[in-house]
Design a protein around this ligand. Structure first.
Ligand SMILES: Nc1ncnc2c1ncn2[C@@H]1O[C@H](COP(=O)(O)OP(=O)(O)OP(=O)(O)O)[C@@H](O)[C@H]1O
Ligand SMILES: [Mg+2]
Length: 336
């Protein structure tokens, strides 16, 4: 659906140049919710803006439905952008216009007939739960309500692609959850291909099916959301995941434990409680559980355990890890 091929964006001034996006290639499938996660300055917004060519790539190409749009003239681009809605962290509403006029804006620009505009605005206001606020101005709305207007406006022309640039970063947790629920519902109803940027793995966990992890302009890893959490490969991803799963243990535990700490991941549905007691019997070791939880990644359970195998190291630990890797999703030495 959206194919980003070897895209780089370089910003130049008099003295130096800077690659904000560095040779990124990603394929986003029709109808999925694809997340792009990374820390501030990673190049996420710049990359997102290349998809509707608000930002022209310095090199590389953007394909939508197999059509290379990179060098489209402004006329042709206008019709492509018609099919792409966008929502923003700071909502970007027009403060002098009411909710009605903000939602209507893209349709007015597109020359839609007045009656059709009226019908569609009512429909959208109902969809986002703002029918009773249609004559309010943005200053009279809460952050969550403003984002609902942003979402309704983005959907006005029935786009097939929705670009979301940190739409929940300015919102508290509860409002974030309600906006994510709304986006999920819209996705369910319309099947709109959604590309969702965030710096929070917690948000990815709740809404995305696949994820690309970005660091310093580069996509370091991309995979199913579940696999990114269960089996992160790149060190940067591992750090993000461990931070969000809150697996940090107090330093004194690392200082005072004898033996080895292991992190064991298992697919929650297949959680086999006997694994630990099997190990105790089979390898004649003492095990102490230090941390345990079940996370839900896109509603699929993921179990995480951190255990201390006391007074052991070397070959026995290697064998235990081998055994665990057969019985669980993964097991590895945990160093914090
Ligand atoms: N128009 C521009 N001119 C020069 N540099 C820019 C421009 N736009 C972005 N940059 C730089 O490119 C880098 C990536 O910026 P970008 O906004 O894409 O990051 P981001 O991942 O979206 O960060 P955040 O999470 O803070 O929004 C930053 O170092 C930024 O300063
Ligand atoms: Mg950004």
């Amino acid at each position: 659906m959206v194919n980003i091929k070897h895209v780089s964006v370089e910003f130049k001034d008099k003295n130096h140049s800077f690659k904000a996006v560095n040779n990124v290639s990603l394929k986003i499938k029709k109808g999925e919710i694809f997340g792009i996660v990374g820390t501030s300055g990673a190049g996420k917004s710049t990359l997102l803006r290349t998809i509707n060519l608000l930002q022209k790539p310095t090199s590389g190409n953007i394909f939508i439905d197999s059509v290379n749009i990179t060098n489209f003239t402004s006329d042709k681009l206008r019709s492509v952008r018609h099919g792409i809605g966008m929502i923003f962290q700071h909502f970007n509403l027009i403060h002098t216009k009411t909710v009605f006029d903000n939602i209507a804006f893209p349709m007015v620009i597109a020359g839609t007939q007045k009656d059709a505009v009226k019908r569609r605005v009512s429909e959208l206001a109902e969809l986002v739960g703002l029918l009773d606020k249609i004559h309010f101005y943005p200053s009279q709305l809460s952050g969550g309500q403003k984002q609902r207007v942003g979402i309704a406006r983005a959907l006005a022309n029935n786009p097939r692609i929705l670009l979301c640039d940190e739409p929940t970063s300015a919102l508290d947790l509860e409002t974030t959850n309600s906006i994510l629920e709304l986006l999920k519902n819209i996705h369910k109803k319309t099947g709109i291909t959604t590309i969702f940027i965030t710096h929070e793995m917690d948000v990815i966990k709740k809404i995305c099916t696949r994820v690309a992890v970005m660091d310093k302009g580069v996509v370091v890893e991309s995979a199913d959301a579940y696999d990114i959490f269960a089996l992160p490969k790149h060190s940067f991803t591992k750090k993000l995941v461990s931070h969000t799963l809150n697996l940090e243990l107090p330093q004194r535990i690392f200082d005072s434990t004898k033996g080895v700490l292991l992190k064991i991941i298992y697919s929650g549905e297949k959680a086999e409680e006997s694994v630990l007691s099997d190990i105790i019997r089979k390898f004649d070791v003492d095990i102490n559980i230090l941390h345990g939880k079940i996370e839900y990644i896109n509603e699929i359970p993921l179990g995480i355990l951190i255990v201390n195998i006391k007074n052991e190291n070397g070959a026995k630990i290697d064998n235990i890890i081998k055994y665990l890797n057969q019985r669980t999703a993964s097991a590895e030495v945990f160093n914090g």
